[in-house]
Design a protein around this ligand. Structure first.
Ligand SMILES: Cc1ncc(C[n+]2csc(CCOP(=O)(O)OP(=O)(O)O)c2C)c(N)n1
Length: 728
């Protein structure tokens, strides 16, 4: 187009397809078709490469191209934000992703800019274009888009929060935002059955957020037809009553109709009125993926009916009929596209593969380790030497960090002082501030947009926090009880832990999840007493810490907030207001590096490695054993569980030659199993006795205190194990 003469350029730019107030020029229409065709031919090329075993998976965008090119042309790359799913090849091409970039991912090349060979093809990501690295999980991305939109709005209201800051995660998190930016998220109609889709609609609607949802309805989720997923077979009908939304249901195989709908929806989002959802009916001509054959479950008649709606042939016919391109011009355009795909493919199959030594790169931050020396500080003497509880010092730390860093926001269930805040502001209410009061006063001091109540939905909390953290905010969210972390598990395991690694370091989501955990509550019962830390220490990419006293809680929480990794911060509720481990406020910069254990009691006869609420119980047992038998136990409080302080363990075991690993969680497959195995493996020659474990019974915690006492490890159990091991 660039080489056309003056009059031909004018001709090309004349509006050709007028629908409502929207118009596409001839030039745009040709580009529209080119992008659709480019997308289809890239899929076709991948299919060939898969058959040649040069790539290992293929899932196509075929049939969705019109809807997606329309979205791409209506949005701005590098300005708006994108959370596309695996069918979205065409929008990524329209935004500026190249065929070569896409094929480099397909071959698993080192130069794959989306993931460095870590993700399957069609897992689009581009830092430059604001296409955020996705997982393969269906619907998780909806909550990220919501969090992303919230971040854009937050930075618009707090522009000074975007400033770079040396010495913490902000040094490595550049913030870019625009007041009228839109967050695009797409999803298949089958995946709208996922709770996370609905949880995201909830917040997008309530917050009038500029999120553009595109539901690509090809009528099937693998082999399950839409009516088996969606009651009544139409998602638009079900969601129609969400307030503040702009809705459009369209034929997504029609480029002009799609473009019109997208432009209108984007304008609605940009204006700040709220979110929009475009439900496009499309087709799926190529089976779900190359791992199956849809002829096994779809009738021939159905496939033939779909074929008649193919967007590529429909647009080609339309261009010819409208006289926009003649057959020769179409052939020339298609030939050029074919050559482009061929060139990209030739280069991609020659690509260098990632080396094995790159595997562990970007599991955690390469920029700022949570073990960094800058987190190794000493407590400062302050004017107030009052001994304070763990609950009090955690609350103080949150306030300190919110004062210091405007990117820190706190949300979760019941964490605000009062959502209806008039009476609070008038000084008539004390405020709630969390079921354990740990976030008390944050909303009052920092305002409603820095501390607020989330919906009662743990995936919502976690997914939104991920979206915000990707943009550079530092959410410090609360899961009300560890027992209810499970709805967030999908977001934690498949998203939080993986954003950095799967994007080869291009994206990250350092944030903090504070979670009250544990039993010893006398009546806490099954659903308020659970442990389960090993499930998360078994997840690379997330740091897990669990303090046993007030000073450690404050120092570790500060490091959690300032560091560059996602952190699961486990707070033992029994320790919140315990007399054990109270401490004076150590000043606003006191930090403790992760991975550094504390010797609670030095000793020479045997080592106990533990953490959390077992620390005071083990200490009690050790002191009694010393009084009774003169046996001198060295007690190690790990404090942080990943990373953990292997050096401290090894040094102690080499000295005492006997070791117990103790924890509150169940014995089998618990955290202690890993530590015990490593001691057996690496310190076998230093041992004079078998490695012993003390832990809960392999059951949940019962309500009746007699049972609870029997289920959880008590000081007497620890005493007995120490005495036996010392006598071995
Ligand atoms: C949480 C989750 N469950 C199951 C899968 C396996 N899976 C991948 S795609 C898919 C079907 C999705 O259908 P739909 O949302 O309609 O999108 P389409 O593939 O038809 O475009 C399923 C079940 C997954 N990726 N994630």
């Amino acid at each position: 187009m660039a080489r056309q003469s003056g009059t031909r350029v004018e001709e090309a730019r004349k509006p050709m397809a007028q629908v409502g107030s929207m118009a596409l020029t001839r030039e745009q229409l040709v580009e529209f078709y080119r992008l659709m065709y480019l997308s289809r031919r890239t899929d076709d090329r991948e299919i060939v490469l898969k058959r040649q075993q040069k790539i290992f998976f293929q899932i196509s965008c075929a049939g969705h191209e019109a809807l997606l090119v329309a979205a791409g042309m209506a949005l701005k790359p590098g300005y708006d934000w994108f959370f596309p799913y695996y069918r979205d090849r065409a929008i990524c091409l329209a935004l500026g992703n190249t065929v070569e970039e896409q094929l480099l991912q397909a071959v698993g090349a080192a130069a794959d800019t989306a993931s460095g060979g870590r993700q399957m093809p069609s897992h689009w990501a581009s830092k430059k274009l604001n296409i955020v690295s996705p997982s393969s999980s269906t619907a998780t991305q909806c909550l990220h888009a919501v969090g992303c939109a919230e971040a854009g709005r937050y930075f618009s209201r707090h522009p000074e929060a975007a400033a770079k800051h040396e010495g913490d995660y902000r040094e490595f998190k550049e913030v870019r935002f625009h007041g009228d930016e839109v967050a695009y998220v797409s999803i298949g109609e089958g995946s709208t059955s996922q709770g996370e889709f609905w949880e995201s609609l909830n917040t997008a609607s309530n917050g009038k957020l500029p999120v553009l949802y595109v539901v690509e309805d090809n009528g099937y989720a693998i082999s399950t037809p839409v009516e088996a997923n969606t009651p009544g077979g139409n998602i638009s009908r079900l969601i129609a009553n969400f307030p503040n939304f702009h809705f459009a249901e369209i034929d997504g195989t029609d480029p002009i109709v799609s473009y019109n709908a997208m432009v209108e929806a984007v304008a609605y989002c940009r204006s700040g009125k709220g979110p929009a959802l475009v439900h496009g009916h499309v087709i799926r001509p190529y089976s779900h993926s190359m791992s199956e054959d849809e002829r096994d479950y779809r009738s021939r008649a159905e496939l033939e009916a779909d074929a008649l709606r193919d967007p590529i042939s429909k647009m080609q016919v339309w261009l010819l009929r409208e006289g926009i391109l003649d057959a020769e011009q179409i052939n020339a355009l298609e030939r050029k596209v074919d050559e482009e795909v061929q060139r990209a493919s030739d280069r991609a199959v020659q690509a260098v593969f990632p080396t094995v030594d790159s595997i562990t790169k970007h599991v955690y931050s390469e920029n700022l380790s949570s073990q960094d020396a800058r987190f190794d500080t000493q407590p400062m003497a302050t004017a107030d030497a009052t001994e304070r509880t763990m609950a009090d010092l955690i609350n103080t730390c949150l306030k300190d960090e919110m004062r210091r860093d405007e990117r820190v926001v706190v949300f979760g269930e019941d964490v605000a002082d009062a959502t209806r805040d008039e009476a609070l502001r008038a000084g008539q209410l004390k405020g709630k501030g969390g079921v354990f009061k740990l976030t008390s006063g944050l909303q009052k001091e920092f305002g409603n947009d820095r501390c607020w109540n989330s919906p009662l939905a743990e995936a919502n909390i976690t997914g939104r926090a991920i979206g915000m953290a990707v943009r550079g905010m530092k959410p410090v969210v609360e899961i009300q009880f560890f027992d209810y972390i499970w709805p967030a598990m999908h977001q934690m395991r498949n998203e939080l832990a993986l954003v950095r690694w799967r994007s080869n370091g291009e994206f990250s989501c350092p944030l903090v999840m504070r979670v009250p955990i544990g039993g010893y509550l006398t009546g806490g019962s099954i659903y308020h007493s659970q442990s389960g830390e090993s499930i998360f220490t078994h997840t690379p990419g997330v740091r897990v810490v669990m303090p046993s006293n007030a000073l450690d809680a404050l120092g570790l929480l500060r490091t959690a907030i300032r560091c560059d990794d996602p952190v699961l911060f486990l707070e033992h509720k029994r320790l919140y207001r315990e007399t054990f481990g109270r401490a004076a406020y150590p000043g606003p910069d006191y930090c403790i590096p992760f991975g550094k254990a504390k010797i609670v009691r030095p000793g020479k006869d045997l080592t106990v490695v533990t953490y959390g609420a077992v620390v005071p119980r083990a200490l009690q047992a050790a002191q009694k054993l010393h009084r009774d038998e003169g046996i001198d136990v060295e007690l190690i409080d790990l404090r942080s569980l990943t990373p953990y302080d292997w050096e401290a363990i090894a040094e102690s075991v080499k000295k005492t030659n006997r070791v117990i690993v103790a924890h509150e969680d169940m014995l089998s497959w618990g955290y202690g199993a890993e530590i015990a195995a490593r001691i057996g493996d690496e310190l076998f020659h230093d041992l004079d006795a078998p490695v012993r474990r003390v832990a809960a019974m392999d059951t949940f915690v019962a309500y009746q205190p007699l049972l609870e006492d029997a289920i959880l490890p008590q000081p007497e159990d620890l005493y007995r194990a120490m005495a036996e091991l010392a006598a071995f």
